[in-house]
Design a protein around this ligand. Structure first.
Ligand SMILES: Cc1ncc(COP(=O)(O)O)c(C=O)c1O
Length: 298
């Protein structure tokens, strides 16, 4: 358990990737999805590992890079399940297949999936029945659990090694008991609340249908996240500000460098408690603000 999801990624990855003794053959190679979160990048950059970046969710590219790497070098594939900016989902099983073929470890960030995906909210790896094939699963106690803190899960030896050596674990105050009591209560509740999980996906589909019906250009999404393409930084900020000031609704503008220029967007994450009426209000507000030329024929 770490003080945040960010710290879990940074501390765990840098510790694993620094673990081999220095020397050319023993240097880790980290295969990292190009859309990985800043916390994973911080962990990889803070290590001595060589980093090999594969195109987002592109299995053929990952395979080419793995094949080109020295067979004896220790390898780790770092990736996410739900990518929150693009709202798409990694083929977790296919990545595990490649890892097995090329003798690589797997490190999966499930921050946007824990609590929400899988029969018990274990994440996409649980949903896809492959959690046992992933070496390290990382998650947050924020987001789906609504509290604070981060964690990694894996085989006892690996966890023990990280716990015993990671500066981000050792040299900081641990999370306070009251926060952890809240997180534990939340995990226990969320694990069993199947109806709420089903409702989340039903609500996400309802919002997607409404956006499509109104010609609001949403970015295709396999997940519960519904991004709306705006395509211009100033306009994206303006739409967000007017949504808040004129309609009392808050959606963060996502501009460069979080996404490439021209791909600016607003991101909506409906929750199980959002009603049809609330969604209608949101769509009406967006239709009043997003200029006609940015919309599609409904
Ligand atoms: C993919 C991903 N990993 C890790 C984190 C960090 O998690 P936390 O907010 O618990 O620090 C975030 C964002 O918050 C994230 O989007």
């Amino acid at each position: 358990l770490f003080t945040s999801g960010f710290v879990s990624n940074q501390a765990a990855l840098s510790t694993i990737l620094n673990s081999a003794p220095a020397g050319p053959e023993q240097r880790w190679i980290c295969f990292s999805d190009e859309k990985n979160h800043a916390s994973m990048i911080a962990g990889i950059k803070g290590s001595r590992a060589a980093c090999s970046i594969f195109r987002h969710n592109d299995m053929a590219h990952l395979e080419t890079l793995l094949r080109a790497a020295p067979p004896a070098a220790p390898k780790l594939i770092a990736f996410e399940s739900v990518y929150s900016m693009d709202a798409d989902i990694a083929p977790v099983g296919a990545i595990c297949d490649l890892a097995k073929r090329f003798g690589a470890m797997t490190y999966l960030d499930e921050v946007h999936a824990v609590g929400m995906y899988g029969p018990n909210g274990g994440g996409v790896s649980e949903r896809d029945g492959v959690a046992h094939r992933v070496d390290i699963i990382e998650g947050t106690l924020a987001k789906g659990f609504g509290c604070h803190g981060g964690y990694i899960a894996g085989d006892a030896e690996v966890i023990d090694f990280i716990r015993s050596t990671a500066p981000g674990f050792i040299f900081t105050t641990s999370l306070p008991p009251m926060t952890m009591a809240a997180a534990l209560a939340s995990v226990r509740h969320v694990r069993g609340d199947h109806a709420r999980r089903a409702k989340l996906f039903e609500r996400a589909d309802a919002l997607k249908r409404r956006f499509d019906g109104a010609g609001l250009p949403r970015i295709a999404s396999d997940s519960h996240i519904v991004p709306l393409h705006i395509g211009e930084a100033g306009l994206c900020t303006e739409v967000s500000q007017r949504l808040l000031s004129e309609h009392g609704m808050y959606a963060t503008p996502i501009n460069y460098p979080t996404v490439p220029r021209g791909e600016e967007r607003l991101r909506f994450t409906p929750g199980p408690m959002h009603t049809d009426a609330m969604m209608d209000q949101l769509v009406d507000a967006l239709c009043a603000i997003v200029p006609m030329e940015r919309r599609k024929a409904a």
